[in-house]
Design a protein around this ligand. Sequence first.
Ligand SMILES: Cc1cc2nc3c(=O)[nH]c(=O)nc-3n(C[C@H](O)[C@H](O)[C@H](O)COP(=O)(O)OP(=O)(O)OC[C@H]3O[C@@H](n4cnc5c(N)ncnc54)[C@H](O)[C@@H]3O)c2cc1C
Length: 379
Amino acid sequence: MATRVLVLGAGFGGLELSTMLSQELGDDVDVTLIDKSDTFVFGFSKLDVMFGRTSAEAVRLPYAEIVKPGVRFLRETVTAIDPQARSATTDVATHEADALVIALGADYDYEATPGLLEAGNEFYSVAGAERLAGIVADFSGGRAVIGVCGAPFKCPPAPSEAALLLHDHLSGRGVREDCEISFVIPLGTPVPPSPETSAALEAAFAERGIEFVPNRRVSSLDGARGVVTLDDGSEMPYDLFLGVPRHCAPQVVRASGMTDGVYVPVDPATLQTRFPGVYAIGDVAQVGVPKAGVFAEGAARVVAERLIAEVRSAQTSAAYEGRGSCYIEFGAGRVGRVDVDFLSGPKPTGAFQAPSDELVAEKRLFGSSRRQRWFAPAP
Ligand SMILES: Cc1cc2nc3c(=O)[nH]c(=O)nc-3n(C[C@H](O)[C@H](O)[C@H](O)COP(=O)(O)OP(=O)(O)OC[C@H]3O[C@@H](n4cnc5c(N)ncnc54)[C@H](O)[C@@H]3O)c2cc1C
């Protein structure tokens, strides 16, 4: 009987893992890939939707297009996970496996920030970005605050990109001079492992008159008074709020007893949890790397290599290295890149590549190549 691998979550991690297992093992593996959604959306597409560069419909990639040997996609919602039994229950059935991979990502804890949804907006969900597209398009005067409500959060450069793209958007509409932009982040610099990247971003903020407020978290919003309260009790007036909500592991993961505090602890080299044959990859895991698609994908490759070796009764030295490259929109159609390494040295490092035309093309290829690899039928 083929080895049964149950993959919970078809995001960056789950898609890469299923693709690799299918490519290497074909019908010698029985992969069940489960997601509650019927489509995948790249994180960076949310910025494009918010600034009206595209529509939410255009960036949705339907899971129905996944046709890969050995892989079966099920649109179901996971309601319980039993790591000891390596099984998961959904709204439809209970699925058992020889290997269980938790790739359910990070959820948003909107209630943790009073007023966030009632008096502000968030751009980290597709629905939030879509709603903001209409609001941003009409904003033509006053103070816009881009605020982060807690760390860690997905893709640390994303709110910096939002600030620079908002500047472009308002300039393009001829209303920038009637608006102020402030950016609040609970980190000391925009991209802490890379001083060079942070310096380039801070210079870009200064050139555009964007107020940068580091080391502060947004703790609440008061719509009636039009103020944002920060974690030191200080207040900031606002007319438009673009928020990054506080993150947490999905409720079903927290209820499974696998988390230690907020996320799922794993062996950083193998991504195995404390339960044999149960792995956690991507944003749901606690590995010591940022929450970003490239890191989820890197973790997926290591778990795939280990499972492939197991099926073939072979040895593998595959170990997670915690490296990844993130593209950063600098505005005016320019894209830079930071190559970060979180686990190999005594402290994280990040090498910066200044914006260039080549990086614009590379970012485009980053999206299109994954779309092809994960969704196009195997050749
Ligand atoms: C604005 C923004 C910009 C970003 N830009 C970048 C970027 O440029 N580069 C980059 O590398 N990363 C970027 N990211 C981060 C990236 O999107 C995430 O880090 C990445 O998607 C994490 O992958 P994952 O596989 O861990 O989880 P996800 O991709 O979030 O996948 C988790 C999946 O689990 C499913 N799920 C959750 N709960 C259940 C349940 N109970 N039942 C069934 N299914 C469930 C979800 O529907 C989802 O499909 C960005 C994120 C945002 C918000």
